[in-house]
Design a protein around this ligand. Structure first.
Ligand SMILES: NC(=O)c1ccc[n+]([C@@H]2O[C@H](COP(=O)([O-])OP(=O)(O)OC[C@H]3O[C@@H](n4cnc5c(N)ncnc54)[C@H](OP(=O)(O)O)[C@@H]3O)[C@@H](O)[C@H]2O)c1
Length: 245
């Protein structure tokens, strides 16, 4: 398999691992808001990738996103992988401002929707026609002080399924991956923005093994492959069984 893949949230954690894994096989467009970290990643991957472009934009600004996408000048896209998101709010619901809520919905839900709208004509020209949205294990399990985060991810998951139904006739496959417990920028062991650390998550899960960003990247690789040609409209939970405990 080969083609052009756009990955958001590519500068850190799961997005970075997906970019690194796919770089051996695909041309990449990497999007994030931190120019420095994107450029560092670009230097690391440049020898692996056929073509590598970076886009620095804050996804909470949909007009800036539109301008960045227009300047890309792609004639086709094979896959869109929406990874970027704002972490859980980590505070009591009644203390959240409307701006906080709006930002979370814009980055976690509206930006992937807007990217999909932009990508439709390009995906039609591509061969893979695959869209993967990174949701959360917390649409399947509770999350203390994470009501808005859960709501943004639930909306993303439902919308994802509906896009699979509406665009299936064009050959589009749209799937959600719902990770949990992965060590990353937003779930670091010392500065977790979830109400637990990766060790606590691991201890509570049935498998009691760490969930790694590479496990998510491996599933992405599979979903982009021809082996997954009949798989669409699904949510794939990667959490060592945590949400079923
Ligand atoms: N780690 C887990 O176990 C876990 C659990 C549930 C869901 N998830 C989901 O998995 C995905 C990847 O998360 P991760 O754990 O790898 O977190 P991460 O390391 O924090 O990566 C998220 C990336 O998205 C970027 N980003 C955030 N807001 C942005 C914005 N407004 N515009 C552009 N880029 C923005 C971040 O940049 P900054 O660093 O500058 O913020 C970061 O590079 C997310 O969708 C997350 O909700 C992860």
């Amino acid at each position: 398999m080969s083609g052009i893949v756009l990955i958001t949230g590519a500068a850190s954690g799961i997005g970075r691992m997906i970019a690194t894994t796919l770089s051996k096989q695909y041309d990449l467009v990497l999007l994030d808001r931190d120019h420095g970290r994107l450029e560092t990643l670009k230097q690391t991957l440049v020898s692996e990738t056929h073509t590598l472009e970076t886009v620095t934009v804050d996804l909470s600004d949909l007009e800036a996103l539109q301008a960045s996408l227009t300047s890309l000048k792609l004639s086709a896209l094979d896959a869109l992988i929406n990874v970027a998101s704002v972490p859980p709010e980590h505070q009591m619901f009644e203390t959240l401002s409307v701006d906080d809520m709006r930002t979370m919905f814009t980055v976690n839900t509206l930006a992937p929707m807007r990217l999909f709208q932009w990508a439709v004509p390009l995906l039609k020209q591509g061969t893979l026609k695959s869209v993967i949205n990174i949701g959360s294990v917390h649409t399947k399990s509770s999350l203390e002080n994470g009501a808005i985060f859960r709501a943004t991810k639930a909306a993303l998951e439902t919308w994802s399924e509906q896009m699979a139904l509406e665009y299936g006739a064009l050959g589009f496959r749209v799937n959600t991956i719902a990770p949990g417990g992965v060590a990353s920028g937003m779930l670091g062991d010392l500065t977790s923005q979830f109400p637990y650390t990766t060790q606590e998550f691991q201890k509570a899960s049935p498998l009691k093994t760490p969930v790694l960003a590479s496990h998510v990247a491996d599933l992405v690789t599979y979903l982009l492959s021809d082996s997954a040609r009949s798989i669409t409209a699904q949510t794939w939970v990667i959490d060592a069984g945590y949400s079923k405990r």
